[in-house]
Write a protein that binds this ligand. Structure first.
Ligand code: KIV
Ligand code: ZN
Length: 498
């Protein structure tokens, strides 16, 4: 019989650390419930001591889900553990994830300490956490660059102190797959009492090896994989859940099974991408737009004769339902509702009416409405509570003329108008906007993304604006790319803290 591989999802903790990807508590609950439907075993809901927002999210996620274990991150510090215990008070199944850096680099430069003291601190943290919860996971930060012999001593000591799971993070994404696998094997063979704990992988993707390293870890004895949806995470991200789940499903030679309902993978991927405003690269394995699109004639011919000639997975197995991907102006409210629910969004009543109206307006402008459009429409009412709203925008631009923009804004119920010229239409529109919102703000990042195909498509704009020493992330989506840019800028301003 195959062993069980536990799936530990850290989208809401390691994934959420990405600048611009922060979610509010309501959005985090939405993601957590979807992760529960997907069948993850553990949800790392946050790092409670890091902010009141994280603390509150752990509380609310604990109340909202039933089956998964809710995990809270801490440093090997008593105060962190106290706060995590409080945040986990409503969780039906709870886990504290505590730990400390174990590589010589971390010991010397981060802690100005020595190997023995680090073991003592790790053991003390596990023992302290054990006073409050049975399930304690220990992480040896930068284990990827930690000497194996010393790492084995750390792991043995924390298991003796009561750790139920020991996490071996390749924090910097440095390890080669063979090297990471050998590290796990070394621990399996040299740690006394290893059978009393589960060894966990936690791999980062800095060199594009996170998935390979995780699989290598599993083949060598790890029985928990720490992953995120779409592989989001700091820098190049973490191991992606969908890749691990599908590798295990496709390869019967890997002797483990997960509890993941793979048909929920695609809706979950779309939901996370949409809520975090983080596009999925088109060629992303398993969930990218092109993952199942065969464009060359030879491939198309083969697939038409027998789909297995070029496809190793059935798109339906990951929840991609080809028949209903495209909606048009003739699609009814029920079709929209169904598509939204396939994408993980349940909507009814007035909210659905509003989205349907916006859908019809968009369908008048473009022939086919895809999933990205629908998610954009469903998310559009997230701006309902914003105090600054775009009322109108008119821009004249072209060759041989200086672009001019006039803009109308509703600022907390008051109407304002302004006009300005610029060296391009976006520049003119933002200058006009700045005539009304007179703050010292600087555009730091500006990405335009056409969603799929056709000149009638909706363009998405991602922006970062610096104000008062802080970076604010904004998003806009519109068939008019200048309007999308101004909407993204306004989205940033609406997030300013004062
Ligand atoms: O990458 C890492 O080392 C981590 C730990 C805090 C678990 O995210
Ligand atoms: Zn990490």
């Amino acid at each position: 019989m195959d062993d069980r591989l536990f799936i530990f999802d850290t989208t809401l903790r390691d994934g959420e650390q990405v600048p611009g990807c922060q979610l509010n508590t309501v959005e985090k609950i939405q993601v957590a419930k979807q992760l529960e439907l997907l069948g993850v075993d553990v949800i790392e809901a946050g790092f409670p001591i890091s902010s009141p927002g994280d603390f509150n999210s752990v509380i609310e996620i604990s109340k909202a889900v039933t089956w998964p274990t809710i995990c809270a991150l801490t440093r090997a510090v008593q105060k962190d553990i106290d706060v995590a215990v409080e945040a986990l008070q409503y969780a039906r199944h709870k886990r504290i994830h505590t730990g400390i850096g174990t590589s010589d680099m971390h010991i010397k430069y981060k802690f100005n300490s020595n190997r023995e003291e680090i073991i003592e601190r790790g053991v003390a943290a596990v023992k302290y956490a054990k006073r409050f919860v049975e399930d304690v996971e220990f992480y040896a930060e930068d284990a990827g660059r930690t000497d194996n012999e010393y790492l084995a001593r750390v792991v043995e000591a924390v298991i003796k102190a009561g750790a139920t799971v020991v996490n071996i993070p390749d924090t910097t994404g440095y390890c080669l797959p063979d090297e990471y696998g050998a590290k796990i094997r070394y621990l399996m063979e040299h740690v006394d009492g290893i059978d009393r704990a589960i060894i966990s992988t936690h791999c980062h993707n800095d060199l594009g090896m996170a998935t390979a390293n995780t699989i290598s870890g599993i083949l060598n004895g790890a029985r928990q994989a720490e992953v995120t949806i779409n592989g989001i995470g700091e820098r190049a991200g973490n191991t992606s859940l969908e890749e691990i789940a599908m590798i295990i499903k496709c390869h019967s030679t890997i002797p483990v099974q997960t509890n993941i309902n793979t048909t929920k993978i695609y809706p979950t991927s779309r939901m996370v991408s949409s809520l975090m405003n983080m596009p999925v690269q088109p060629n992303k394995a398993v969930v990218g737009r092109n993952a199942f699109a065969h464009s060359s004639g030879i491939h198309q011919d083969g697939v038409l004769k027998n789909v297995q000639t070029y496809e190793i997975m059935d798109p339906k197995d990951v929840g991609i339902d080809d028949n209903s991907i495209v909606l048009t102006a003739r699609s009814g409210r029920a079709a929209l509702r169904h598509r939204l629910s396939v994408l993980g969004i349940d909507m009814d009543g007035e909210r659905l009416d509003k989205v349907y109206e916006a859908f019809l307006r968009l369908a008048d402008q473009k022939k086919e409405i895809g999933d990205d459009d629908i998610l954009m429409l469903a998310g559009a009412d997230r701006t309902a509570g914003h105090s600054i709203k775009l009322k109108y925008l008119q821009v004249t631009s072209g060759v041989g003329v200086r672009p001019v923009a006039s803009i109308g804004l509703d600022v907390a119920g008051e109407q304002f108008e302004a006009a300005a010229s610029g060296n391009g239409p976006v520049d003119a529109a933002i200058k006009a906007l700045k005539c009304i919102i007179r703050r010292q703000m600087t555009l730091k990042e500006f990405t335009i993304q056409a969603i799929s195909k056709g000149s009638d498509d909706v363009g998405k704009v991602h922006m970062q604006v610096e104000y008062d020493g802080q970076l604010y992330y904004g998003f806009g989506a519109n068939t008019d790319i200048i309007a999308a840019s101004v909407e993204a800028y306004i989205d940033c301003i609406n997030k300013f803290r004062h």
